[in-house]
Design a binder for this molecule. Structure first.
Ligand SMILES: Cc1cc2nc3c(=O)[nH]c(=O)nc-3n(C[C@H](O)[C@H](O)[C@H](O)COP(=O)(O)OP(=O)(O)OC[C@H]3O[C@@H](n4cnc5c(N)ncnc54)[C@H](O)[C@@H]3O)c2cc1C
Length: 423
């Protein structure tokens, strides 16, 4: 019994590993020349920098953390909440300590009172933010705190707050906890471990698949055919939305409905390296928010990961709509944003900008539930249709958007295939 897995990201490779460990024949086919999908590193100067997934969010009890331990990959803390201590305004001034502390206190109070469990299905993150702030004074400290919270939420969930359903926050606090960690050697080191010994056909984009009662034919855009008893499709939600792959017969209506309704945001990064770490005199904060309406308002300092002074702008949600089209223009715009916030910005020594949305095999960042969309639609996506089953982060009921959700979905799909084969 052979299984073809479409997509060599974490979901596809995890499915392959599970089936292979049970002695089953597997072939992973992949459109791009790389494995890893949205886990990818790029050479920037002399460093390898993660340009997709970088953090293990909520590592306690998280299967990705356990897998790292199994493969002997070290993990280290990276506190993503330690950003607001280093705010910059639009007028080249930094918040003084008293103002910073006040904003931080309001922010902490917001999160303490944040109760998405009590929210209606139709409510958005914007509604929850308004509900809290509308009852408070509209002074500068509250406006700053509101801007900061909005910036963090829209960046993390890669969508405008109006398009982020309150239910996302219920889902994403389960079932693990802890802060944020990085993997020594980056996520790519983990991908390499998972992929060991897996049969791969790279640079082979799938255009169509046709199933009969006894097998599935998978047809590449070059017209060549691979045949298997079962298929697991792990292409991103954006690729499913674009109908890049034609399914024969078409999947059930419930699957088409879920593909249409579940959201898929935009998330791009711009990496800038410098000769010196010129932007801070403080040693601890891990980044900065710009409290202005620039496209580049969320910056992380990953110098210790890159072993070189390095800033990464995360551009997601509404600011992503203003991004220029080419990587060179994105780099130049990011530098302009730095110039608008600091008196002196030295020239960068190396740079890189992602184009995940323009990538035909990704078409965006990751999935989210818009207001009014029930998370049970994700369960519909995970139902087999005939000999085919979908996997990928967008099919993980509680951890969509995360690497561990992708991994868990691959294992779930592999188990479903084993169940189908057993009759
Ligand atoms: C910028 C960015 C930052 C992120 N940061 C984090 C983070 O810090 N922590 C975290 O947990 N998550 C993060 N994520 C999300 C995380 O990367 C994803 O949830 C996860 O990697 C998805 O894995 P997957 O296997 O479901 O999909 P993918 O990794 O996208 O794999 C799908 C594969 O299918 C292939 N494919 C597509 N179309 C075809 C076709 N027609 N034929 C054959 N192959 C095809 C693609 O090339 C790809 O390799 C981030 C994502 C982005 C974009």
């Amino acid at each position: 019994m052979k299984t073809i897995i479409v997509g060599a990201g974490i979901a596809g490779l995890s499915a392959a590993r599970h089936l292979k460990a049970r002695g089953l024949e597997v072939l992973v086919v992949e459109a791009s020349p790389f494995i890893g999908g949205r886990v990818r590193s790029a050479a920037v100067g002399d460093s390898l920098v993660g340009i997709g997934a970088t953090w293990i969010h909520h590592p306690n009890g998280n299967p990705i953390a356990m897998l790292c331990d199994e493969f002997g990959l070290d993990r280290a803390k990276f506190d993503l909440s330690n950003l607001s201590a280093f705010q910059q305004l639009h007028d080249k001034t930094r918040l003084d300590e008293a103002s910073s502390t006040l904003v931080r206190t309001i922010e902490d109070d917001f999160w303490e009172h944040f109760n998405p469990e009590g929210a209606q299905l139709g409510e958005s993150a914007a509604d929850l933010i308004s509900c809290y702030f509308d009852a408070l004074p509209h002074d500068i400290a509250h406006l700053r705190a509101r801007a900061l919270i909005l910036n963090a939420l829209e960046t993390e969930l890669c969508a405008p707050a109006e398009l982020i359903g309150a239910s996302n926050f219920v889902a994403q606090t389960q079932p693990y906890d802890g802060g944020d960690e990085i993997i020594a050697g980056g996520y790519s080191a983990l991908v390499d471990c998972i992929a060991t010994g897996v049969a791969l056909r790279l640079s082979w984009p799938v255009a169509r698949m046709s199933q009969t009662s006894s097998c599935v034919e998978v047809i590449g855009i070059d017209g060549t055919v691979e045949t298997a008893a079962y298929v697991i499709v792990t292409v991103p939600l954006g690729v499913l939305k674009a109908n890049t792959i034609r399914f024969e017969p078409t999947p059930p209506e419930s699957i088409g409905f879920a593909i249409d309704k579940i959201g898929f945001g935009v998330f791009e990064k711009v990496v800038l390296q410098f000769k010196e770490r010129w932007w801070t005199t403080q040693s601890t904060p891990n980044g900065m928010h710009f409290l202005s309406d620039t496209t580049f308002r969320y910056w992380l300092d990953i110098s210790h990961l890159a072993r070189c002074p390095t800033l990464v702008a995360h551009v997601a949600g509404p600011p992503a709509e203003n991004l220029s089209s080419t990587p060179d223009m994105r780099v130049s715009d990011a530098l302009t944003a730095l110039h608008a916030h600091f008196d002196v910005v030295p020239p960068s020594t190396a740079a890189f900008a992602t184009t995940w949305q323009a990538d035909p095999w990704t078409r965006g960042g990751y999935s989210r539930l818009p207001p009014g969309v029930d998370g049970r639609l994700i369960d519909d996506l995970a139902q087999p249709f005939g000999r085919v089953v979908l996997a990928g982060e967008h099919t993980s009921r509680w951890r969509y958007g995360y690497v561990d959700g992708a991994m868990e979905s691959g294992v779930r799909a592999a188990k479903q295939i084993i169940g189908l084969a057993a009759g």
